[in-house]
Ligand binder design. Structure first.
Ligand SMILES: CC(=O)SCCNC(=O)CCNC(=O)[C@H](O)C(C)(C)COP(=O)(O)OP(=O)(O)OC[C@H]1O[C@@H](n2cnc3c(N)ncnc32)[C@H](O)[C@@H]1OP(=O)(O)O
Length: 462
């Protein structure tokens, strides 16, 4: 069993009944029978460079990002864009002039006025949910070719005002007399102008009032993840991504973007090849001061970016002579206490493998979204913890270790950034490309989801 850290428990954990390894009342959708429908293939995909949010709105809105990597993707297909049956886009922070960004993106991509499109929002699971929804539609014979993506511009996140402010604006707008408007004006209080979702971009769970970093502190504490282990994980993430850039491992997947003023954005700008354990150790905890372990260096970065994949049925693959990259085998979603949301991957991956009659050893490559180093490491520790595996995952023995050489081999959200609505899509796309490069067969992409959920997708290279 992992050692408890010497520092006091994070305030987030002390201030409420601290969930133990076994306390998670968790569920998965695994009761569902496998519909054993038509095979579904991932045939292509692209993403934009991931660009750090730098305190002011960046060069691209969510739809701009979706269009930037969508246009070259559509252009390189052997069929016209009207062939798509549907466009599905994950986006968490939709901006006011891009309501239903899926549809706005489809129109701006020139996919025709008759192209149906909808947006999905399940926080950090949005970009993977779009793939799962497309997968199920094709599997059930409701569609043949779907464009499924995720787009997020955290630098453009709208500021959301309180219900009190909303009521005040409604009252002011509907007062018909000068006296009524004056009375409404007199009722305005400056604190009403304070956004309830502000520059922290909705990264606080509304039920527990813990922000995402605090939830990482909680599970890091439960599983005894040390600061040194988290920093070492973060350092490796930067080294792996910078190596992947150097070796051209991201070519084909990463598409440069050009802003309206003509500036070219052709690389992920969050990666720090020059970081070191010393530099990481010097950073102060951000979410639990002064004893926490989660810092700017071992957290995912706040970033803008988009990613698309194309899914196709077997018939569509034959008809358009497409080259499938992988088959989507199955997907699974789980839910758990929001204050330990980071453990979501342990539930859905375990349930998914069980349903498929597979074990951890059958998975050649893993992409586990790096929300926080402490969160990734807590998942790995949970899978090796007998009590957790028995009481929460319902296993007879431990799930077992995941080899670091098979996990996030080209870095992840700590070095690359985490545009929340896009990341789930990117990890699926990258998993497929990395498996093909390494000559591997079966991979799992998984992510924790703010609000207390987890998502997992199983793919096989064809
Ligand atoms: C379900 C889920 O997926 S939950 C996850 C959802 N996403 C999140 O919650 C986002 C989590 N991340 C964050 O909130 C933010 O990145 C924070 C609050 C941790 C940090 O934000 P910022 O302070 O803006 O980060 P920033 O990148 O500016 O780094 C702060 C400092 O650390 C330094 N730093 C950061 N990383 C490193 C590094 N790897 N090496 C050396 N220095 C570093 C920076 O240089 C900077 O120093 P400076 O102020 O002297 O320039």
């Amino acid at each position: 069993m992992a050692q408890k850290p010497k520092a006091p428990a994070p305030a987030a954990a002390r201030s409420r009944a601290r969930p133990s390894r076994a306390a998670a009342s968790a569920s998965t959708a695994s009761g569902r029978e496998d519909p054993a429908g038509r095979p579904v293939y991932l045939v292509d995909g692209t993403r934009t460079p991931f660009l750090r949010a730098r305190g002011k709105p960046g060069p691209f809105t969510p739809v701009d990002l979706a269009v930037q990597c969508g246009r070259p993707l559509l252009a390189r297909q052997p069929f016209p864009s009207e062939t798509f049956d549907m466009v599905i886009l994950g986006c968490v922070n939709v901006i006011a002039d891009e309501m239903n960004p899926a549809r706005v993106a489809a129109l701006r991509l020139g996919m025709g006025a008759a192209m149906p499109a909808f947006t999905v929002q399940i926080n950090c699971g949005s970009g993977m949910q779009s793939i799962d929804t497309a997968f199920r539609m094709i599997e059930l014979g409701k569609a043949d070719v779907i464009l499924a993506g995720g787009a997020e511009a955290l630098s453009h996140s709208p500021l959301v005002l309180s219900q009190e402010a909303t009521k005040w604006f409604a009252r002011f707008a509907t007062e018909k007399t000068a006296w009524g408007r004056t009375a409404a004006l007199a009722a305005f209080r400056p604190e009403m102008a304070k956004p309830v979702i502000g520059l922290e971009r909705g990264l606080t769970d509304p039920m527990t009032e813990l922000n995402m970093g605090q939830t990482a502190e909680v599970i890091g504490h439960i599983f005894g993840i040390t600061r040194k282990a988290a920093d070492a994980y973060a350092l490796e993430s930067h080294l792996r991504l910078s190596q992947a850039h150097k070796e051209g491992f991201l070519d084909g997947e990463l598409i440069p973007a050009v802003s309206r003023d003509g500036t070219l954005y052709d690389h992920d700008d969050g990666v720090r090849p020059d970081t070191s354990m010393e530099k990481l150790a010097s950073l102060k905890p951000v979410f639990e001061k002064p004893y926490g372990n989660v810092t700017a260096g071992n957290s995912s970065q706040i970033t803008d970016g988009a990613s698309w994949v194309i899914l196709a049925s077997e018939e569509a693959v034959k008809r358009h002579k497409l080259r499938p990259l992988a088959r989507i085998v199955d997907a699974e979603w789980s839910a758990l206490d929001p204050s330990i949301m980071g453990l979501g991957p342990t539930l859905c991956c375990t349930a998914l493998l069980k349903r498929r009659g597979l074990t951890r050893e059958d998975i050649d490559l893993w992409e586990l979204n790096e929300a926080f180093a402490a969160q990734v490491l807590a998942c790995l520790a949970a899978w090796e913890d007998e009590e957790y595996c028995r009481d929460v995952l319902g296993l007879d023995g431990v799930f077992g270790p995941i080899d670091r050489d098979r996990l996030n081999v080209d870095g992840g959200a700590i070095s690359l950034g985490h545009p929340v609505g896009a990341s789930g899509n990117r990890i699926v796309l990258h998993l497929v490309n990395a498996m093909r490069r390494l000559g591997l067969k079966r991979g799992m992409a998984t992510e924790c989801i703010g609000g207390g959920q987890g998502g997992a997708m199983l793919l096989e290279v064809v």
